[in-house]
Design a protein around this ligand. Structure first.
Ligand code: SF4
Length: 366
């Protein structure tokens, strides 16, 4: 009898890739409603101005730094001290001497700051419902069992994992540096390598291994995916490419999850596809000769791209690609977080000590 493959299962890469279409990779956790005020048109300009002035005042009063992921509502991005992807914000967050770090992002990113912070710092998350469907697929218990069976194995976890999974990992990577980290691990370790939880990014790792002339037999993958990027299907991109023959596609590497739609097109889009990190995507928007760019990621990323390249046309590959977790961080919640010093994110000391090792490697290998 063929065993049913479940989300979070760990399989040899060939079996995992073959099981993608038959495995339920839907969100394992509850999906919150997107709050109405996550959309700028639902807040009056007076209200927005009041929140912004209060946030600026509170930042000064509390010696606080506000960090925002590029999927945040535009008004949150505008009031932040730094906007970027998970790797960029982790680098920004560990550097300053601010007393308070408010990060409008998702919980696994707040946890990175909580692991790396200085003793006097407080890490705040504006809303505790800002989870992540991809991170929720990862199962630390299954990783422990795999390690027992493969004592010479190396675990590479994607940044979209909670601290208990990072604590079981040898390396961590973000999309922006996943090629470098994966290559480093393959070149410096001989044993089996487990990558998770994004099975689509795992497929990318398998292609890399083949490109290096190595067998994929040493690669194991965990079954997981992001429900937001899964909605961007190859046909969405093909339709937009046909409608806009002069456009190029910029696929964002943050969250890695868009690889579900990009990987099948990587070799078939006649050079019109770019596979980029957040900062790379913004730089690309500014520097490309193309006037039209199809954006294959969460729609929030169009805002910083438009700011970087005013006058160019940005077309979302799918208007439904909205992350309800990220969008819990509204301007009001950022204000309340600073006002009431909530919600403080802390991590168990022992877990933090272990998770620090792969996080530091992620920050080092860029
Ligand atoms: S877009 Fe997907 S991977 Fe990124 S935070 Fe949202 S659910 Fe997680």
């Amino acid at each position: 009898m063929v065993r049913e493959v479940l989300s979070g299962d760990i399989l040899p890469a060939r079996e995992a890739i073959a099981a993608i279409d038959t495995t339920d990779l839907g969100p394992p956790n509850e999906i919150p409603e997107v709050p109405a005020d996550a959309f700028p048109e639902n807040i009056s300009s007076e209200e927005r101005q009041w929140f912004c002035e209060e946030i600026v005042r509170l930042k000064r009063e509390r010696n606080a730094l506000v960090l925002a992921h590029n999927y945040m509502p535009p008004d949150v991005q505008d009031v932040a001290d730094a906007v970027g992807d998970s790797l960029f914000l982790a680098q920004k967050g560990v550097a300053p001497d601010a007393d308070v770090l408010v990060e409008a992002a998702v919980l696994f990113m707040n946890q990175i700051l909580a692991v790396m912070k200085k003793p006097h710092q407080k890490v705040l998350a504006p809303d505790l419902r800002a989870l992540c469907s991809l991170a929720s697929h990862a199962d630390a218990g299954k990783i422990r069992a795999w390690k027992k069976e493969h004592p010479d194995g190396v675990v590479v976890s994607y940044v979209n994992t909670y601290v208990d999974v990072k604590a079981e990992s040898d390396y961590c990577c973000a999309s922006a540096n996943s090629p470098q980290v994966i290559k480093y691990v393959f070149e410096n370790h001989d044993g089996p390598v487990l990558f998770g939880p994004d099975v689509f990014l795992g497929l990318y790792a398998a292609k890399m291994l083949l490109g290096m002339g190595q067998s994929v037999d040493r690669l194991w993958l965990m079954m997981g995916a992001c429900h937001v990027h899964e909605r961007i299907r190859p046909q969405h991109l093909q339709e937009e490419l046909a409608k806009h023959p002069d456009a190029v596609v910029a696929g964002h590497m943050e969250c890695g999850c868009q690889s579900a739609c990009l990987v099948p097109l990587m070799n078939s889009s006649e050079g019109r596809m770019r596979f980029l990190s957040t900062q790379g995507m913004i730089k690309f928007a500014r520097e490309t000769d193309a006037e039209k760019i199809i954006v294959a990621t969460e729609v929030g990323n169009i805002y910083p791209m438009s700011k970087a390249a005013p006058g160019k046309t940005f077309i979302p590959a799918s208007r439904e690609a909205i992350c309800p977790f990220m969008k819990q961080n509204t301007l009001r919640k950022v204000y309340e977080s600073l006002r009431d010093l909530k919600h403080e994110i802390t991590v168990d000391v022992e877990l933090a000590k272990r998770a620090r090792v792969p996080i530091e490697r992620m920050l080092r290998i860029v």
